[in-house]
Design a protein around this ligand. Structure first.
Ligand code: ZN
Length: 390
C-alpha cells in the first residue's frame, strides 16, 4: 500500500513539476527548454513525434504589447528535423527567428525554414535538433552576462568609472558608466525595451567609438563627460519580457512620473549632475523598431529650438556625406504627450534628444560598419557647439 501511495505521489509530483514550469517540456524524444536567462515560453503541446506547438505571450496585457519575445532551446535524442509551430495569441509574429548553436553567435533562420502567417498570428519553423541544443530566439540573447562582460572590459579603460546608481524591481544593479567630470555631458541610454537588441548592438559600437584611442575621441572626452547607462531594464532582459520591467511598466513611459526604481535611478543621477553644475548637451536613447529595415531617428521638430541649435540636421547631414549609399531616416516629431525619455530631456534641458532606432531585422554587419561614422560625426558636430550659456 505504502509503495502504491508513493508511486501516486511521485506521479502527482512529476505532473505538477511539468505544468508548474511552462518554460520546459519534453516527450521523451524532444525537449524544449526556455529556463535560461532571457528565455520565454508560455505553453507547449507535442502534436506528433516531430512536431510541437509552442505558445508565447507578453508578460502583461497592454495596447503597446501586441507581440511577444520568444527564446528557447531544442534538443532531440537522435538528430532530426522538428517542425515548431509558434503561436502568438495576444499579438503577431514580430521577429524573424534567430538560430544559434552556442547561445552566443546567431544567424537569422533560413528563408525556406520559416513560414510566417501574419493574420493568424503564428509562425512555423523547421529546425534540425540533436543532443546539443539548437537555440531559437526572437533576437540575439544579450542578457546580464553580456553586459557584465562589457562592463568588465570598460572598467579596464583608464578614463572610465562604473558605479551602481540604483537597483531594479528585482534587485539587479542599474549601472552607470562614466568618464571624468567636465562641464558638459552626453547622456546615452540603452535597453529600456528588452527585445530591442539591434539598438543594443549599435550602442556598443557607438560607445566603443567614443572611447577609442583616436585624436577626435580624446578631444571629445576632454570636453564632455559621457554618462552611459547601457542596461536600463535588467529584469525585463533577464526574464525574457517583451516590453515592460518587472513592475509591469513600460519604462519609456515613466519619465516624469518616475514610479519605477530603474527610472528613479536615472532621475537621481540627473540631480547629481545638476548639483555638479554639469550641463547635459545631448541625449541618445537606443531602441529598435519594426518601422525600418535600417535606421531611423526620432527627434524634435526642425522648428523646435534646441541648444546646441540645429544639431540633429547638422549631425545627420554630415553622416550622409560620409555614407551616401546608406539609407536612414530622420523623422522629426512633435514632443509627445507620453512621458518618454526623448520628451523629458528636451523639456527639462532644451537639448537635442533622440530616439535612436535600429530596425528589428537591420543587417547586423551594416550596423557594425556604419555606427562608428555616426559616433564620429556626433563628436565632430558637438565639438563645434558653443559652450552652454554663451
Ligand atoms: Zn523601444
Amino acid at each position: 500500500m505504502v509503495s502504491r501511495f508513493l508511486v501516486i505521489a511521485l506521479i502527482a509530483l512529476v505532473s505538477f513539476a511539468a505544468s508548474a514550469d511552462d518554460r520546459y517540456c519534453e516527450n521523451g524524444l524532444i525537449a524544449v527548454d526556455a529556463r535560461h536567462a532571457g528565455g520565454d515560453l508560455d505553453g507547449c503541446r507535442f502534436k506528433s513525434g516531430d512536431s510541437v506547438e509552442l505558445t508565447f505571450r507578453p508578460e502583461d496585457r497592454s495596447v503597446d504589447n501586441d507581440f511577444s519575445w520568444f527564446s528557447f532551446r531544442v534538443t532531440a535524442k537522435k538528430p532530426q528535423k522538428i517542425k515548431i509551430r509558434m503561436r502568438f495569441p495576444d499579438g503577431y509574429a514580430r521577429f524573424w527567428p534567430k538560430i544559434s548553436h552556442d547561445g552566443k553567435s546567431w544567424t537569422p533562420a533560413a528563408e525556406a525554414a520559416v513560414r510566417r502567417n501574419w493574420s493568424k498570428k503564428s509562425m512555423t519553423l523547421i529546425v534540425t535538433a540533436g543532443e546539443s541544443a539548437t537555440w531559437v530566439s526572437a533576437q540575439e540573447l544579450l542578457t546580464q552576462s553580456y553586459y557584465d562582460q562589457w562592463l568588465e572590459e570598460l572598467a579596464a579603460h583608464q578614463d572610465i568609472l562604473t558605479a551602481e546608481i540604483g537597483k531594479s524591481v528585482e534587485g539587479r544593479p542599474v549601472t552607470l558608466v562614466k568618464t571624468s567630470n567636465k562641464r558638459e555631458a552626453i547622456v546615452l541610454l540603452g535597453r529600456q525595451h528588452p527585445t530591442e537588441v539591434p539598438g543594443a548592438l549599435a550602442m556598443r559600437v557607438f560607445v566603443d567609438a567614443l572611447l577609442a584611442d583616436t585624436v577626435l575621441a580624446k578631444e571629445f572626452r576632454e570636453r564632455f563627460t559621457l554618462l552611459i547607462v547601457p542596461l536600463v531594464n535588467p529584469d525585463g532582459v533577464e526574464n525574457g519580457h517583451s516590453r515592460h520591467n518587472a513592475g509591469g511598466t513600460d519604462l519609456n513611459r515613466d519619465w516624469g512620473p518616475f514610479t519605477q526604481p530603474e527610472t528613479q535611478s536615472i532621475a537621481g543621477l540627473l540631480e547629481a549632475v545638476d548639483k555638479l553644475k554639469m550641463t547635459p548637451r545631448l541625449m541618445l536613447d537606443f531602441h529598435a523598431t519594426k518601422y525600418t529595415d535600417s535606421l531611423l531617428f526620432y527627434t524634435q521638430l526642425t522648428e523646435d529650438e534646441t541648444d546646441p541649435p540645429n544639431f540633429a540636421t547638422n549631425w545627420l547631414y554630415s553622416v550622409r556625406s560620409r555614407l551616401p549609399d546608406f539609407a536612414f531616416v530622420h523623422d522629426p516629431r512633435p514632443t509627445s504627450e507620453q512621458p518618454n525619455t526623448k520628451g523629458y530631456f528636451y523639456t527639462r534641458y532644451g537639448i537635442p534628444s533622440f530616439t535612436y532606432e535600429l530596425g528589428d531585422e537591420a543587417d547586423r554587419e551594416s550596423i557594425r560598419a556604419s555606427t562608428p561614422i555616426f559616433a564620429e560625426e556626433m563628436m565632430r558636430v558637438m565639438l563645434q557647439a558653443d559652450l552652454p550659456g554663451t
